[in-house]
Design a protein around this ligand. Structure first.
Ligand code: PMP
Length: 350
């Protein structure tokens, strides 16, 4: 007889990561193509010598570096094994069976999964026709069972951002007993724009029910090391420390993240180059007749509706791996110029 497993798990899909094969041009997982900077490589090599010991469970040096960089207290910062772990942990600290978690759709695929795994109920609020969060509809969807709201900003997979004034008004209108997550996994690819630049850490100051999640997986290029962080009120940070798996962030990841923060000027110079490539790709697609909105991330969104699956499959046949989302669209990560050219060659003939 097999062991009894929770029957409700049958209905919950496992997270499906982007696939790859040797020689493929992988534009499917919003990764950085370049490896860590030399100083970060050195920190990784040095940390490897200490892996016989458990990591610092509180990640003291990393938490202090982050606090200093962000202008907050160490008590406002927690780290996690990638920000996806922090997504799971925020559900764990707020929800039980029957509680509701609100988020836009489409958005990050992990939100419905971590919600359902906790026995809570995902409440999906469609994006606007422009693929942006419909904050008014999200406010209207709040019930007395709502415990948590995810706002993915910029939104994965559409690359759109919510305007600062609209987000501020939204945060002011959400009841203060509901935790609001500002998932800023792609923050480093945003640029100030007509006063509407949204820095979640600024918005979280003085708002005790707001938590900001960021990651070293994207602009910092450390996806394989698994380290992300949260900025929130100390009470939220303390709760997170209770549900976090002990020693969740390895010594190597902690030291690489500290070194990355010290090299932030160089690492963020890479984002300028990425942004220029992103805009080049978008311009070429628009010139080729595609409907592609402005992105504030390291990817662009092609709302191809029912053509999405066949478009991604045809690209894969040419060795270019993209991510199709049902009958909504295709997300294309911006890679190196030659990779982007390979994608454009395909797209402009398709
Ligand atoms: N949030 C969003 C919006 C994401 O797109 C991702 C990665 N795809 C994550 C969180 C998680 O990233 P990580 O766990 O690598 O930090």
């Amino acid at each position: 007889m097999t062991a009894r497993i929770r029957p409700d798990l049958d209905a919950i899909p496992a997270y499906v990561p982007g696939r790859t094969f040797p020689g493929a041009i992988k534009l499917a997982s919003n990764e950085t193509t370049q490896g860590p900077l030399p100083s970060v490589r050195d920190a990784i090599a040095e940390a490897v010598g200490g892996v016989n010991r458990y990591p610092d469970n509180r990640a003291t040096a990393l938490v202090e570096s982050l606090a200093k960089k962000l202008g907050v207290a160490a008590e406002n910062v927690a780290v996690g094994s990638g920000s996806v772990s922090l997504c799971q942990e925020v559900v764990q600290i707020t929800c039980g069976p029957g509680d509701e978690v609100l988020f836009a759709w489409r958005s990050f695929e992990a939100y419905p999964i971590v919600t359902s795994v906790a026995g809570a109920t995902p409440v999906l609020v469609p994006l606007t026709a422009d693929h942006v969060h419909d904050l008014d509809a999200m406010l209207a969807a709040i019930t007395d069972r709502t415990r948590l709201i995810f706002v993915c900003n910029p939104n994965n997979p559409t690359g759109t951002v919510v305007q600062r004034d609209k987000l501020e008004a939204f945060l002011d209108a959400v009841p203060s007993n509901i935790l609001v997550v500002l998932d800023e996994a792609y923050f480093e690819y945003t640029r100030p724009d007509a006063g509407n630049h949204t820095d979640g850490v600024e918005l979280a100051r003085g708002r005790r029910n707001v938590i900001v999640l960021r990651t070293f997986s994207k602009a910092y290029g450390l996806a394989g090391l698994r380290v992300g962080y949260a900025v929130a009120d100390p009470e939220v940070i303390t709760a997170l420390s209770k549900v976090r798996i002990a020693f969740a962030v390895s010594t190597v990841a902690q030291q690489a993240a500290v070194a990355s923060l010290e090299a932030s000027a160089e690492l963020l110079a890479r984002t300028d180059a990425l942004i220029a490539e992103r805009d080049r790709v978008r311009d070429a697609l628009v010139a080729g007749g595609y409907d592609v909105g402005a992105s504030q991330s390291n990817f662009v969104w092609l709302p191809l509706a029912e053509r999405s699956g066949e478009f991604a499959a045809a690209a894969a046949e040419q060795g270019v791996l993209l991510r199709a989302y049902g009958n909504d669209g295709v997300r294309v990560t911006i890679g190196d110029p030659h990779e982007n050219d390979a994608f454009l060659k395909f797209a402009l003939q398709a």
